[in-house]
Design a protein around this ligand. Sequence first.
Ligand SMILES: [Fe+2]
Length: 318
Amino acid sequence: MADDDAGVREPLTELLRLNSYRVIAVQNGEQAFEAACSQPVDLVLLDVRMPGPTGFSVCRAIKARPETRFLPVVFITGLACSEDRILGIEAGADDFLNKPVKQEELLARVSSLVRLKRSTDELENGETVLCTLARSIEAKDPYTEGHCDRLSRSAVSLGEKIGMPREVCNDLRRSGIVHDIGKVAVPEFVLLKPGSLDAAERKIMEVHTIVGERICAPLKSFRSLLPVIRSHHEKQDGSGYPDHLKGEEIPLTARILQTVDIYDSLTTDRPYREALSPQKALEIMREETLRGWWDANLVSALEGMLAESPQTLSAANV
Ligand SMILES: [Fe+2]
């Protein structure tokens, strides 16, 4: 907790310690930021006006770091300062406590926010495990190195290009990493085979969509990614897998990821051919679209995006 006024800081620290919390009490914004970043902390209590950086800038800095962005921040502010509340919300505050702080209110808020922080930690751990697994599968194949991160970025760019809301773009970002996680069940002689797969091997490879969905299904926060994981190999004419969906039956997020996935695989080196130029890749994708495979609107949007900024999807742009 950070407050330059010892008359506020000391009693609150004492109360929290009496209730079995470990408290780091500091007197200015700089020390508060340092404490929040240098050790595991479950909650930050911040005064608004302190010597050095204000509580608002400390809060903004905490929320800007990926490692601390889910760390709850509570402002201790005067009841009459409605302007402070607005600024605090803009800075990313999770809650406010009015001065003078009531004991029961402080303990209730602290307890619920600490509980929330711990469940976010568990959630993050689950996501981290799955993302690490996805990257370890990618690492098996030198030809697909960097593929997941690139797909993540390009799927978001295409999503933004066609006006998808922020949550959908966030799903696209995570799908880029985990969409092929089911390849963990595909034996290496199939996964790493340099040439094209025979019918039996293709059947084995196709299972990765269903296995991937099964691996991610227990994680609540991955629910919205399941349609991408399951359906990113479907084709417009129903000749894809695993469900032979057609046209708009194929979830839009799966079609977006699929569009950038195909472009990426055409424009990177494979064991059986060198990377194709963007022009050649688009030409092939247009032909395959006419054949009834890909979403024509998305392929056009991709072309538009590449025309505007050719570097967006380049393999070098990792
Ligand atoms: Fe796949």
